[in-house]
Design a protein around this ligand. Structure first.
Ligand SMILES: [Zn+2]
Length: 293
């Protein structure tokens, strides 16, 4: 999907169709939750999300890791996708969430019940998940998804290990206080590749200058971009399919090309730089407006 259209849908989904629960209520939300064929991205990493809201299954003989649940209604689709790929949802042992917004975490409570998996989250994320989003700095005030308790709190740099998989936790706050990114190495044939599961980076309609509910939002965004631009992941994956042009790459993958199209360091860097530039531009505009007041 075109980046601009994608951004527009995200903004609409986030702000004009705020649901009472994590349910799909608007056309924009329906547009980002269409079923798609699940597939193996690379090595033991599989895509089990919708056409735009991502969910990943990282498999091992000792159990699987799942990143993100999508909306509450996305859970059956994820379940069917896992089954279609030949895996069992009950083998998911660890649940992760890229950020605590209802389109990514709305189904976590259900998934946790269905799998018996442990939910791991950073402190800032766990606090919002536990209260169904009612204490989120942007959406605060009322519960917008089913609350879910984290079984364990994780910190920046923590390695999440299951079977041969080792995911490195990278705090990337800004879009939310608990936004988290992970990297992991996978074996692809005779080489090792680094995969990134990138959190959301958009600044939406946030007050970046004097945000009383999130005073450090500006410095958080800056340090997030700095950290992310130091990384050199081979395989670019993220919380929305539009970030890494999944649809187009999946079509290419089906043609069995020599190189896996999801290997895209340039696409990763371009995306992060574009989000950083957008943030800085917005920050400047807001600073000027504040000075003129
Ligand atoms: Zn979000």
């Amino acid at each position: 999907m075109n980046f601009q259209i994608h951004l527009t849908i995200l903004i609409i989904a986030c702000f004009f169709a705020l649901p009472i629960s994590a349910q799909i209520t608007s056309e924009a939300e329906r547009e980002m939750t269409k079923p798609v064929e699940p597939f193996r991205v690379i090595a033991n990493v599989y895509y089990v999300g919708t056409n735009d809201v991502a969910s990943y299954l990282i498999t091992s003989d000792e159990g699987h890791i799942m990143i993100d649940s999508g909306f509450e209604e996305t859970v059956p689709l994820i379940e069917a996708s896992v089954k279609k790929l030949g895996f069992d949802l009950r083998d998911v042992k660890i649940l992760l969430n890229n950020h605590e917004h209802y389109d990514h975490c709305g189904g976590l409570a259900t998934l946790r019940e269905k799998t018996g998996a442990k939910l791991l989250a950073v402190k800032e994320q766990a606090e919002v998940l536990a209260r169904g989003g009612s204490n989120d700095f942007r959406f605060g005030g009322k519960q917008i998804f089913r609350p879910v308790a984290a079984d364990k709190r994780i910190i920046h740099g923590e390695v999440i290990a299951l079977g041969e998989n080792k995911l490195i936790t990278i705090r990337t706050p800004g879009h939310t206080k608990g936004a988290t990114t992970w990297t992991m190495r996978v074996r692809d044939g005779d080489r090792d590749l680094e995969v990134i599961f990138l959190s959301s980076l958009s600044n939406l309609d946030y007050d970046l200058v004097s945000n009383e509910k999130y005073p450090e939002i500006g410095t958080d965004f800056e340090s997030t971009f700095e950290i992310l631009l130091e990384l050199k992941p081979d395989v670019f994956l993220g919380s929305h399919a539009g970030f890494f042009r999944m649809g187009k790459k999946f079509e290419m993958l089906k043609l069995a090309p020599k190189e896996n199209p999801f290997i895209d360091l340039e696409g990763y860097r371009n995306f992060v730089e574009r989000m950083r530039d957008d943030f800085r531009q917005k920050l400047e505009t807001q600073k000027k407006a504040a000075e003129e007041k």
